[in-house]
Design a protein around this ligand. Structure first.
Ligand code: ATP
Ligand code: MG
Length: 568
């Protein structure tokens, strides 16, 4: 492609709302343009990157025997009612009616559609397993679309669905998909981790996320210092903690403790470690048809993990509750404890089961109990894992230590089981001629999010640094001064030779100054730029390596071979 003919509207201006490097650079370098909140146009450079990613996905999917399909983007609302997800998905589903008043939904994911495609078409165990996928636009009316391609409302997803006769076969496929997803990300040149994930509202027996490691990631992952264990903080667990502080021993007693409504004040008052205090986090728990205040109790040194809290209460969501609302229920904010607690439903963190030497609120203004032995409620209270792990906690699988990293979720693979096939009555006949619901897996990968994730992990202050497998063009041949006939000729020749060799190459044949073109090349992020400039009088050109910013002088008759070697 000749740069003089290319549609690459680069600009100095970053979008007003852009905070992430990927958002800023993809917009400035002319890859994407915003249409409306969470909606983007892909310009030629972005389209090329997307195709690269799609090709790698297609290659790896065909190696594991998955078949590509393409389902309608507009999906009948009836299907969503059948699965029961029309409520669960809530406002993220964009609904509309056609001229005949039929209700439709723009597909945010395609479990229902895929089950509908397969039901009554695959009817025997003999035709299983089956893995179908598509790479397709999705629409989710996200509450807070942000960060450019990272969280759009319209975005591209690779979504795959597998159908099995046995759970063993699903397990096998799940492992094969995990391996294929790892290959895709490795081929794209990304540093990533596969982590255990929350299975959330969809249910199912196992799920893993593929996280691209980047400081700007929205997800926190806990990783072990010794073994392979990694988990999204929403799902991470621990087998213990580093050092347990010395216990404050005391007889059970009620104590006047003025001005101690926070854990810090309470720990300071008794000169004890917050480990021995009981923290209460009250929340409004949202169900389909009711809202209820629930008290979550955990050690004072821990924090509530909201996703675990949602799972523990089977809720759709949880929200904050005001002190007034708590008082209306007869609760005493700052002094709420789990003993004799009958004002609201409560959940106690498993780590408090049978905890000794505790200090907790006495459900009375300015009073706490000391010397509390929580085994007195171990039979009656509801315990669940609701606390977030902390850095330094012990790995659940070995004696390593957990530490946190930030990640971008680019993929999510899921053992669904029979949730959808049962709801949608999608069955096959097993070896004994008995009807069984399909056992399913689902495998998502964020294609457009990957474009942003690559740049989050690979950029510098000057712009994008594409990895070799993702670059829109591998080589940029820059003619420093196009009025110099010799320079132009050498540039054109090299451009043609590279093109004939199948290299994706851009020829910067614009009239602009060298400095301007160089800045532009750095912003766009071609892996290699060949500068055909002043050194030509000595028979050489320069190869600029975008990732290292190194410039190497190469003789003209060696530059082609040198480039071919570099891009291998
Ligand atoms: P998130 O937790 O980031 O909202 P999700 O759990 O809702 O994502 P899935 O339903 O698992 O996402 O979708 C599969 C993949 O699609 C995700 O791993 C992610 O890479 C991508 N994805 C999901 N939502 C968006 C979005 N709004 N914009 C871009 N990509 C997205
Ligand atoms: Mg997910």
């Amino acid at each position: 492609m000749r740069r003089s003919r290319a549609f690459i509207p680069t600009t100095k201006e970053a979008p007003n709302d852009a905070t992430l490097p990927s958002h800023i650079f993809l917009a400035r370098a002319g890859f994407i343009s915003q249409v409306s909140s969470g909606l983007y146009n892909y310009m030629p450079l972005a389209k090329r990157v997307i195709k690269k990613i799609e090709n790698i996905i297609n290659e790896e999917m065909s190696k594991v025997g998955a078949q590509e399909v393409e389902l309608s983007f507009v999906t009948p609302a009836d299907l969503w009612a059948e699965s029961g997800r029309i409520e669960k998905f809530g406002k993220e589903l964009l609904r509309f009616r056609d001229r005949k008043e039929n209700l439709f939904v723009l597909g945010p994911t395609h479990e229902e559609m895929m089950v509908d495609l397969v039901r009554n078409r695959v009817t025997s165990y003999k035709n299983l397993p089956l893995n179908l996928y598509q790479i397709k636009t999705k629409f989710r009316d996200e509450a807070r679309p942000r960060f450019g391609l990272m969280r759009g409302r319209e975005f591209i997803m690779k979504d795959g669905y597998s159908f099995h006769a046995t759970t063993e076969d699903l397990d096998r496929e799940f492992d094969a998909m995990e391996a294929a997803y790892k290959k895709i990300l490795t081929r794209l040149g990304l540093d990533f981790r596969v982590v255990e994930a929350d299975s959330g509202a969809i249910g199912g027996s196992g799920s893993k996320e593929l996280m691209v490691i980047a400081d700007s990631g929205e997800d926190t992952i806990a990783i072990c210092s010794k073994c392979e264990y990694g988990a999204n903080i929403e799902a991470a667990s621990r087998s213990g903690r580093g050092a347990i502080p010395e216990a404050p021993e005391a007889e059970f007693n009620k104590f006047l403790t003025p001005d101690t409504s926070s854990i810090d004040d309470l720990a300071e008052f008794f000169k004890i470690d917050p480990y021995y205090t009981v923290k209460c986090v009250a929340k409004k728990v949202i169900y389909e048809d009711e809202i209820e205040v629930v008290l979550f109790f955990m050690r004072g040194c821990d924090n509530l993990q909201e996703v675990k809290a949602i799972n523990a209460t089977d809720a759709l969501d949880i929200e904050d509750v005001s002190e007034e609302e708590l008082r209306e229920l007869g609760l005493t904010p700052g002094f709420i404890g789990p003993l004799d607690q009958d004002k609201a439903k409560h959940v106690i963190d498993t780590d408090l089961k049978n905890a000794q030497n505790m200090i907790c609120g006495a459900n009375e203004q300015d009073y706490h109990f000391v010397g509390v032995d929580l085994s007195v409620i171990s039979e009656v209270a509801y315990f669940a894992e609701i606390a977030e792990v902390n850095e330094g906690d012990t790995c659940p699988h070995c004696d390593g230590e957990l530490s946190f990293r930030k990640g971008i979720e680019v993929g999510h693979i899921f053992k669904l089981g029979t949730t959808y096939s049962e709801a949608l009555k999608a069955e096959f006949l097993d070896e004994n001629g008995k009807a069984q619901p399909f056992i399913m897996g689902t495998y998502g990968m964020g294609v457009s999010r990957l474009v942003a994730a690559i740049i989050e992990q690979h950029h510098d202050e000057s712009g994008c640094i594409w990895t070799k497998q993702s670059a829109p063009y591998m080589v940029n041949v820059m003619v420093s001064n196009i009025k110099d006939e010799e320079q132009l000729k050498v540039g054109e020749d090299l451009y043609e030779r590279l093109q004939n060799a199948g290299v994706e190459v851009m020829l910067d044949d614009r009239k602009d100054r060298f400095g301007f073109k160089m800045k532009d090349a750095e912003l766009i992020g071609f892996p290699y730029t060949v500068v055909v400039g002043k050194e030509l009088v000595n028979g050489s050109v320069q190869i600029f390596d975008r990732a290292t910013k190194e410039k190497t002088t190469v003789a003209i008759d060696e530059v082609f071979d040198k480039l071919m070697e570099l891009i291998k």
